[in-house]
Write a protein that binds this ligand. Structure first.
Ligand SMILES: [Zn+2]
Length: 473
């Protein structure tokens, strides 16, 4: 897990009194002097965090005991929060249209099967982008079966965020319409055609380690689907799993809550929430995952076709392939179906999405004021919503929606861990929890945009600067 001192070399410049621990002792790292935000709403000035074997063993104010022989890293004037948690990502999507041929079909150049083969063979492709964006845990809420193998393989890998995954999604959409985003080898989207199929899938995904069973839209008037969904709900209970539902209309979202959904992905974007929704949400004990920026992401990806999408990535966290793809977006303009209306389309779509975002923002404020738990989530992997760095746009959008930045901290850390069912392990800074945290130059409780001032990320006790590529550890 952790161990030799060479791991701390990148941050030796920040060290004061870097004493080597005596051989008989457990190597100990102490972060001293920063303002700590624990993820539960507490703020500690001039804090001390003592870390051994990848976990927090002591924490508190300046009176906290610093063990003899510890490596003490002076972070005076800086700020520490738990590592960020993105509660909605897809490792089966690339951040561009090659992963979503249903949105723009690039398959003549980039065959979907090839893209998926590459992603399944290289599931670590986005790990570093996440960690160097400060994201130490992610929830993949829908993908191919291989996504269900990631939680185990990422867990002990300090170059990876922690992963929870839901696996293939169940949907009312007819199978023939899903073909374009499924492969010959496997389905990430499965039409729910019978109660038997639903039960079978819930059992299978649960046995494979799925955290949550994801429903992709609710067809309220499709009686076969609705009957099947009720069987799914029942089996989810039997398997001690939980329902995650993509339901963006108020009617669908309410039905999801009546079915006891524990995670509502995306915002309600068609109309303002009403009292019934709030009541149902409280009763269900749901976590609301707003994904405010994914729509504008699609618009940005469309802009990339004329190289008009500038990736804001001062630390160079985005992986090289993604960067190349976005920067060579013009090569794919030929696939745009109506080139002559492109500019008007992009402008119209931008206005349309802005209108939806306004409803989503107002609804988020209402959810916040009602005290319903909210977890930061980006839907990264969708075109224009890049793995890792999109977290900053989402944080800012939450603030623009009217949530005070001091309250956003828990939504960006603890609540995501709770959605992943990992609240006992990470998401807050507490004695006994994993040492997953980030170091910022600026106070995130003053402005959510200050998360962009990240300098270091610690995963499992390993502290590294975010502005340079990871070395072997
Ligand atoms: Zn999604």
């Amino acid at each position: 897990m952790t161990g030799s001192l060479h791991k701390w070399l990148p941050i030796l410049a920040l060290c004061i009194g870097c004493n080597s621990a005596p051989e008989s002792q457990i190597p100990t790292t102490v972060l001293q002097g920063a303002t700590l935000f624990d993820g539960n709403g507490e703020r500690i000035e001039k804090g001390i965090v003592v870390i051994q074997e990848g976990r927090i063993v002591e924490m508190g104010d300046s009176e906290t005991n610093i063990p003899k022989g510890a490596d003490v890293i002076d972070l005076s004037g800086k700020f520490i929060t738990p590592g960020l948690v993105d509660a909605h990502v897809h490792f089966g999507q690339t951040g561009f249209f090659d992963g979503r041929p249903d949105a723009l079909d690039l398959r003549d150049t980039l065959p979907y099967e090839t893209v998926q083969k590459y992603l399944s063979a290289n599931p670590d492709r986005y790990y570093e982008a996440y960690l160097r964006s400060g994201v130490t845990a992610v929830y993949d809420v829908g993908g191919y079966e291989w996504s269900l193998e990631l939680p185990a393989s990422a867990e002990e890998n300090l170059n990876a965020p922690h992963v929870a995954a839901a696996g293939p999604l169940l949907t009312p959409v007819p199978q023939e319409n899903l073909q374009i985003i499924n492969t010959a080898e496997g389905k990430q989207l499965i039409q729910l055609t019978s109660p038997e199929l639903g039960r079978e899938r819930v059992k299978k995904h649960s046995q494979m380690g799925a955290t949550g069973i994801k429903i992709w839209m609710i067809a309220l008037n499709d009686s076969v689907f609705m009957n099947s969904l009720r069987a799914v709900q029942e089996e989810v209970g039997l398997q001690n799993n939980k329902l995650i539902v993509h339901a963006t209309s108020l009617d669908q979202a309410k039905e999801a809550l009546r079915l006891g959904a524990k995670v509502l992905v995306h915002s309600v974007d068609d109309k303002p929430l009403d009292d019934e929704f709030i009541e149902l949400a409280k009763k269900a004990g749901v976590i609301y995952c707003p994904t405010l920026v994914v729509l504008r992401g699609y618009n940005n990806a469309a802009k990339a076709l004329q190289n008009n999408f500038t990736v804001n990535d001062p630390n160079g966290a985005v992986d090289a392939q993604t960067k190349d793809m976005i920067n060579s977006g013009h090569l794919f303009f030929k696939y745009y179906p109506n080139p002559e209306t492109y500019e008007a389309d992009v402008a119209r779509e931008s206005d349309y999405f802005a209108g939806m975002e306004a409803i989503m923002a107002a609804n988020l404020k209402q959810v916040y004021e009602a005290g319903i738990p909210i977890a930061l989530s980006t839907d990264a992997g969708n075109p224009g919503t890049l793995h890792g760095i999109s977290i900053y746009d989402e944080l800012e959008a939450m603030q623009e929606a009217g949530i005070p930045p001091s309250d956003i901290i828990s939504m960006a850390t603890r609540n995501g861990a709770l959605a992943m069912e990992r609240g006992d392990d990470f998401g807050t800074l507490e004695v006994g929890k994993m040492a997953d945290l980030i170091v910022l130059e600026k106070d995130p409780s003053a402005n959510a945009a200050h998360f962009r001032s990240i300098t270091h990320v610690m995963r499992g006790g390993l502290l590294r600067p975010v502005n340079e590529a990871f070395k072997e550890n």
